[in-house]
Ligand binder design. Structure first.
Ligand SMILES: CC/C=C\CC(=O)SCCNC(=O)CCNC(=O)[C@H](O)C(C)(C)COP(=O)(O)OP(=O)(O)OC[C@H]1O[C@@H](n2cnc3c(N)ncnc32)[C@H](O)[C@@H]1OP(=O)(O)O
Length: 302
């Protein structure tokens, strides 16, 4: 599938394939894939990819500090990295994690949804759709190693993975908290949550904008495993072994069988969904609610 997100405004360097990235962030977390000295890291300014082709997977680290908010540039870089790995036959799996201490992702970038024009909102929303579709339907095994708090759009990204490991830290809550901002999780966010935790739990979680701490996230099935913080990556790697032992074609077709009906709902209504979003987010009351929420985030510090 061709990469279909808008790339207006992106720098040429962003589109350069496999920019070699110096490794300032390496060593802050658990060892890279393979862990050996010869690991070459690639990626883009906001996405560090640590490939281990011999083992058939790569660790994809999100590093858009301070909070890995999903800006248009960041979404595009994530998509480019995913596409690179998908098109290389050496890779069968990705472990998605964060390089920002204590934060997996603060979700969609509120600055992309506040005070901008309808053309921008449409371009941004198309990129959000694309991120979900591409991760949700990826033929690769995608495991998220969630090493920090994970809100709204960030939670959606984790829910799009095949398996979720969460670090056991009470601060690392995750969920679709859109209603707390006065906004509404679109139907495909909702469907993804329902497919993961079931209708009743999703109904309550979505209405109340619940962010589940690790024990509760495990109990409701939002994550599959909770492990001590320093073992998130190693637990994800161990889990991967089981997924990679399954014949690839059988696993991929089964994944598609399970997920295609949900993805098709959006694919059929993609333009209408963009128009809905643009109409909704442009409303004065919604813009005001987002500004108030951003202000609260800033005031928290004083
Ligand atoms: C229709 C569907 C639409 C949307 C779905 C979404 O994804 S909406 C986004 C929902 N996200 C949230 O509600 C999370 C908001 N952020 C937080 O709760 C905290 O920032 C967090 C993640 C717990 C981290 O807290 P911490 O104390 O470590 O950082 P701080 O709050 O000081 O944030 C640092 C700076 O980042 C800015 N920021 C935080 N979240 C976002 C965001 N989602 N988008 C844009 N910017 C964000 C925050 O304002 C701080 O900015 P600064 O200029 O340094 O004051």
């Amino acid at each position: 599938m061709a990469l279909a997100v808008g790339i207006r405004g992106l720098t040429r360097s962003l589109l350069r394939p496999w920019v070699r990235v110096p490794g300032p962030a390496r060593g802050r977390t658990e060892p890279a894939a393979g862990g050996g000295d010869g690991v070459r890291c690639f990626g883009s300014p906001r996405v560090l990819v640590e490939p281990d082709p011999a083992a058939g997977f790569a660790v994809m680290k999100m590093r858009n500090p301070p909070v890995n908010s999903l800006s248009l540039e960041f979404l595009t870089e994530l998509l480019i990295s995913l596409e690179k790995l998908e098109s290389d036959k050496a890779f069968h799996a990705i472990i998605l994690t964060s390089d920002c201490p204590g934060i997996f992702s603060a979700g969609l970038d509120l600055m992309e949804m506040c005070g901008r024009d309808p053309t921008h909102y449409a371009e941004y929303w198309k990129a959000v759709q694309e991120l979900w579709l591409r991760f949700y339907l990826s033929h690769l095994v995608v495991i998220s190693a969630i090493n920090g708090v994970n809100a709204a759009g960030g939670c959606l990204l984790a829910l799009s993975c095949d398996y979720r490991v969460l670090a056991d830290n009470p601060k690392y809550a995750m969920g679709l908290n859109e209603t707390l901002l006065g906004i509404i999780a679109p139907f495909w966010f909702k469907d993804t949550l329902v497919n993961t935790v079931g209708h009743r739990t999703a109904e309550r979680a979505l209405q109340l904008g619940l962010l589940f701490p690790p024990a509760e996230a495990l109990q409701v099935g939002m994550v599959d495993k909770v492990v001590p913080e320093d073992q998130v990556l190693s637990a994800a790697r161990s889990e991967l072994a089981q997924w990679l032992a399954i014949p690839g074609h059988a696993r991929q077709l089964t994944k598609s069988l399970m997920r295609k009906p949900t993805a098709d709902r959006l694919l059929k209504e993609r333009d209408a969904d963009i128009q809905n979003f643009v109409r909704f987010i442009s409303r004065d009351a919604i813009q005001k609610a987002l500004r108030v929420y951003l202000e609260k985030l800033k005031q928290k510090k004083t």
